[in-house]
Design a protein around this ligand. Sequence first.
Ligand code: IPE
Ligand code: IPE
Ligand code: MG
Length: 242
Amino acid sequence: MTIPRHVAIVMDGNGRWAKARFLPRLMGHHRGVEAARKVIRACSDAGVGCLTLFAFSSENWKRPEEEVSGLMSLFISALEREAAALQRHNVRMRFIGDRSAFSSELRTKITQVEALTANCDGMQLLIAANYGGRWDILQAAQTLATQVLQGELSVAEIDETRFTAALSTGDAPEPDLFIRTGGERRISNFLMWQLAYAELYFTDTLWPEFDAASLQAAFADFASRQRRFGMTGDQVSGVKNA
Ligand code: IPE
Ligand code: IPE
Ligand code: MG
């Protein structure tokens, strides 16, 4: 079975999972962290090269203060708890997003885990936190514009390769498979540029219930797709005289 090189997931449905059980939304997020831990492990075992998880969008600040601060505490405790295991499993973790809005405690934890796993050469794990696809495109444009102003780059040299490299995902391959749990069929300002040719997979399963078997189902669906990148089906399947 063809395993996607880069999987990008919108982990949605924690709140509804909790609500259905008359639990506070934060309990859903706690279970969401557990689901994330299992999916990270399953992706790494399956040989996925890069996994990007949408943990907190630039729009999620609009949520009630209690939920936002609960999520921030959860990120800190999850980082503390999982750092060593990530390193043991040879996973290189990086955060993408505008981290300047986070508390210094969270920023320190992020830097620590990134440093701890910097030399791991197994799966790359990108955690999108205070991330927005439009923010990413803007910050790449600003980086390149600065390079032009400083005479390091000419305008004509700004091509897709350079632009892609200036995005926060940097040298990661483009996502092959986009998964969104929780039933909504939208991108919600996730990897706007990078998802141009990703296969999209939507499931009604709420994130806390998404497990290794759900991931296998998504991979099987992915493996059944024909990715044409603008060509004809015959061209892709190698039919002669197509
Ligand atoms: C996704 O679950 C997690 C975050 C956005 C942090 P939600 O919290 O959006 O869950 P629903 O959509 O309310 O069920
Ligand atoms: C997207 O989920 C962000 C994350 C999963 C972190 P949301 O639940 O915030 O998306 P919308 O608001 O329903 O589009
Ligand atoms: Mg949601």
